[in-house]
Design a protein around this ligand. Structure first.
Ligand code: SF4
Length: 193
């Protein structure tokens, strides 16, 4: 299958949940909009309002320009996407993602943030050293530091995603019952339950 040159960065998180989910999204029948999408949209709007008034001084970001839902892309990485918020300081760019659940960011969320940071540093020509995840109704802030291992892993996942999306058959998956039973593609995975 022909793939677009730039893949959506949001697929990284889906891919790490299960490599088949992005494949289904491209090849499967449409599924109804899940409830969590609507909840997530409302949550984003609320976080957006709160972040406008939030004091970012303790993070050294009080003078940063706040760019909401900004489009980013990178030909070398082969990805594009819209980050929830990008804080643009004179000496750095800091991507921010809003998450509904109040929990420390998973590896998948961290890798998606790294992908946004890598794109942003090229687009804005200033370094990316850290990102932030703002979670839950209490708007807790979790910093995510850029590291060599996270960056390496991010690039590897992008390569694997591109490879699996181009395959004509469902990619292998180690997803277990706990994932499959909450997955809307379960009826499309005929080797599962
Ligand atoms: S049903 Fe299971 S194997 Fe199939 S896409 Fe969902 S999580 Fe992956």
């Amino acid at each position: 299958m022909m793939l677009p040159e730039l893949l959506p960065a949001s697929l990284l998180r889906q891919y790490l949940f299960c490599p088949r989910v992005p494949w289904h999204m491209r090849n499967g029948t449409p599924v109804p909009e899940p409830m969590w999408v609507r909840q997530g949209t409302e949550h984003h709007l609320r976080q957006r309002r709160l972040t406008r008034t939030r004091k970012l001084a303790r993070l050294g970001l009080d003078t940063a320009e706040r760019c909401f839902e900004i489009s980013l892309s990178d030909d070398e990485l082969g990805i594009q996407g819209v980050v929830d918020l990008l804080l643009v300081e004179r000496h750095e760019v800091v991507p921010v993602e809003f998450k509904l659940q109040d929990a420390p960011p998973t590896t998948a969320i961290q890798l998606q943030l790294i992908a946004y940071g890598l794109m942003a540093e090229k687009v804005f020509d200033r370094p990316f050293r850290r990102g932030l995840v703002i979670s839950g109704s209490r708007t807790r802030t979790y910093p995510v530091k850029r590291s060599r291992s996270l960056e390496r892993r991010c690039r590897k996942v992008i390569d694997n995603l591109r490879y699996d999306l181009g395959a004509p058959f469902l990619p292998p998956s180690s997803a277990q019952l706990n994932k499959c039973t909450q997955c809307e593609y379960l009826p499309r995975c005929n080797d599962r339950y």
